[in-house]
Each structure stands twice: as structure tokens, then as C-alpha cells.
Design a protein around this ligand. Structure first.
Ligand code: NAD
Length: 346
């Protein structure tokens, strides 16, 4: 089987997870990952057997590795020269500079949700617009929140053909490993109304009318979305059939909070650790079955998003779209998820 060569630029929270997910697949391989300089992240890459490159081509930065125990194979240019596609996992807002380098090197590129849609003019979620991204040169895997909204709203839209949504994003203040951000004792509303999160869904599914409000709360483990969706007349759905629709949708878990004693995000994360997910990740969106309620045409539900991990398998599918490896999104999703399960033996 031809193996597509994937470079990962930025080996942080998202980059290290994406690298493992790519490594798990039999139709693509990680040809190298970048770090700004020697750090524990380099140790992780070396243990995994990934070649290390520097995020920069500046000889001073490249040579900073020489004083450490880590062998650096070169700068970003060197990594790009052996890559078919690069997954940019650099901190948000570095996209414009990096895109220029990828274009110059003639390498396809995938950005993350910290970049704006306008950077590439194209965005991606597996269930919403895989085929629009087929063969594209450059795209952006949308943020964890937008990915989470797409997972439950796109199947609903596909059934109903029309959907109006209002949602409130109750956002974690920071990633667990992040010591710089807050709030630690406050609830912080996003004063730009509507917030960008809901409307970002329209970059992958413009047919869904959606707005959102957002607040940041002092927790680090998950986001929660409180969603109200108006379905069109004649939708033919019930609370039970919506639950079945989501049970059949990939990367969505629907569970009763009361029966399973999983009524908070802390318990959802404990479940992810109990079932052996690496880093305690949960690639799936968690919907509390008890709180799904359709009243006439109005649907109410809550879902929880593991911010560091729901976008990880999407990056793998996105490689398959850009590199024209699989046109059918559902087949790509099944292949990705099976390979990840085998890789981690879960
Ligand atoms: P991070 O800070 O954890 O990791 C970024 C990595 O990039 C670090 O290893 C850093 O050293 C490296 N880096 C620094 N400068 C660089 C450069 N010029 N070029 C390449 N790499 C460079 O950040 P993250 O949380 O992994 O976020 C990466 C992207 O993913 C952002 O766009 C972010 O918005 C998005 N995202 C993050 C999350 C999350 O929960 N952390 C979820 C979804 C999407």
C-alpha cells in the first residue's frame, strides 16, 4: 500500500496526539515532527521513533538541539522536502507565515481551529464536508467546539433538511497542562455576541443557521454545550429517534447520566481513563441521554467536548481527503477509528 508522508509542524498538545493517530494508520506515516528547541516533548518524539526537526530554519535555532541529547535532522524546510502533506499544529495565529512556507515547498497543508477560515478559504469536519475537501491544497480542521457541534447537528440536518440552532458554549478556562490562563475564580462571558463558535459551523455546513453565546468557567477538563435546535415542520422525529440517530452517528456517545452515574464532566473524563484511553482522551462527543428532549419542534440537549482530542481523528480523515485516498467520509472515519483502537489496544 502507498504510504502518504505526513510532517507535523508543532508537537504540542494537538501535534503529539495527531502524530500518534497518523502513526496508527496503515496508509500514511509520520516522516517527522518539529519542536522549537530541546524539551521533554523531544523525549516523547524520540521514544515514539519520530524524527525531530526544528520549527525554524534559523541555523542558531537548529543548532540549539546539538547541545542537547536530541538529534535534530534539520529545519522546517528539510521536513517539508520529504512530506506530501504537513499538519500545522503550531499555536494559533501563526498560520499565515507558515502557509507561505508550505506553498513555497509545494506541500499540501492542514491547519487547526486556532486559525481563521479565511486563511485557506476552506474548513473541514469529517461528517460535514469531506468531499468538498477532496484533493484540496490547503484546509483547516475546525476547532474542538465546532467539531463537537458538527457531530450532532449534521446528522440532524441531514435528516431534516433545515435547522436553526442557538447554543451556549460553557468553555473550560484552559487545557489541563496550561498554567498561564484563567479564570480561576470567575465566570467570564465572551462579550462579543454572538460568539464565533456557533457561526463557525457554517464554514463546514453553511445550511445550518446557528448562533452562540460563550462563557469561560474555572475548569480544565471539558467544554459543555447547551443546545436548542428548532426543527422544521414535518421532521418526523421523536426524542427516542433523535437518540438513535446519534447512537448510529460515528464519534458520538449517548449515555444516561443517572443510570451510569456519569452526571458531570469529571465523571465523563474518569470513564475515558477507565476504558484505557491514552492521556484520558475522549475522541467522541458525549451526549447525556436523560437531557435530550424534543418538545414539539424544539430540541434541547447538552453535550460535553474533550477539547484536546475530538479533532484528532478528523485530522487523519482530512489527510485522506486532501491526498484523495478515500472519497467516502464514513469509510475514512471507520478506518481511522479502527486503526486507533488497535494501536492503543482499546
Ligand atoms: P500548544 O501550545 O500545546 O502546542 C503548539 C506547539 O507548536 C508547541 O510544541 C510549540 O513549541 C510549537 N511551536 C511554537 N512555535 C511554532 C512555530 N512557529 N511553528 C510550528 N510550531 C511552533 O498548542 P495546541 O493546544 O496544540 O494548539 C495547536 C493548534 O490547535 C491551535 O491552532 C489551537 O487553537 C488548535 N486546537 C487546540 C485545542 C486544544 O484543546 N489544545 C483543541 C482544538 C484545536
Amino acid at each position: 500500500m502507498v504510504s502518504v508522508k505526513v510532517g507535523i509542524n508543532g508537537y504540542g498538545t494537538i501535534g503529539k496526539r495527531v502524530a500518534d493517530a497518523i502513526d496508527a494508520q496503515d496508509d500514511m506515516e509520520v516522516v517527522g515532527v518539529t519542536k522549537t528547541g530541546p524539551s521533554f516533548g523531544c523525549e516523547m518524539a524520540v521514544r515514539k521513533g519520530f524524527d525531530l526537526y526544528c520549527t525554524s530554519d534559523d541555523p542558531l535555532m537548529v543548532s540549539s538541539f546539538a547541545e542537547s541529547r536530541f538529534e535534530c535532522k534539520g529545519g522546517l524546510k528539510d521536513l517539508l522536502s520529504i512530506s506530501d502533506v504537513v499538519i500545522d499544529c503550531s499555536p494559533g495565529k501563526m498560520g499565515a507565515d507558515n502557509l507561505e512556507k508550505y506553498v513555497k515547498a509545494g506541500v499540501k497543508s492542514i491547519f487547526q481551529g486556532g486559525e481563521k477560515h479565511s486563511l485557506t478559504g476552506l474548513s473541514y469536519t469529517s461528517c460535514a464536508n469531506h468531499s468538498e475537501n477532496y484533493g484540496a491544497q490547503s484546509t483547516r480542521v475546525v476547532s474542538c467546539n465546532t467539531t463537537g457541534l458538527s457531530r450532532t447537528l449534521v446528522p440532524l440536518y441531514d435528516h431534516c433538511g433545515e435547522l436553526k440552532v442557538e447554543c451556549t458554549m460553557i468553555r473550560r478556562a484552559a487545557d489541563p497542562g496550561d498554567s498561564k490562563k484563567g479564570p480561576i475564580n470567575a465566570i467570564k462571558p465572551v462579550l462579543k455576541v454572538p460568539s464565533h463558535h456557533g457561526p463557525d459551523v457554517m464554514t463546514v455546513k453553511p445550511e445550518i443557521e446557528i448562533n452562540s453565546l460563550a462563557v469561560a468557567v474555572p475548569t480544565t477538563i471539558m467544554h459543555v454545550h447547551a443546545i436548542i435546535a428548532d426543527l422544521p415542520e414535518g421532521h418526523g422525529l421523536s426524542t427516542e429517534s433523535i437518540i438513535s440517530l446519534w447512537r448510529d452517528a460515528p464519534r458520538v456517545i449517548v449515555m444516561s447520566g443517572e443510570e451510569n452515574k456519569i452526571t458531570t464532566t469529571a465523571e465523563v473524563m474518569e470513564m475515558a481513563r477507565d476504558i484505557g484511553r491514552k492521556w484520558g482522551d475522549l475522541h467522541e462527543i458525549f451526549v447525556w441521554e436523560d437531557a435530550v428532549r424534543l418538545i414539539e419542534n424544539r430540541l434541547y440537549y447538552f453535550q460535553a467536548i474533550h477539547q484536546e482530542s475530538d479533532v484528532i481523528p478528523e485530522n487523519v480523515d482530512c489527510v485522506r481527503a486532501l491526498m484523495k485516498m478515500e472519497k467516502n467520509w464514513a469509510l475514512s472515519v471507520a478506518k481511522t477509528d479502527e486503526a486507533i483502537s488497535k494501536y492503543y489496544n482499546i
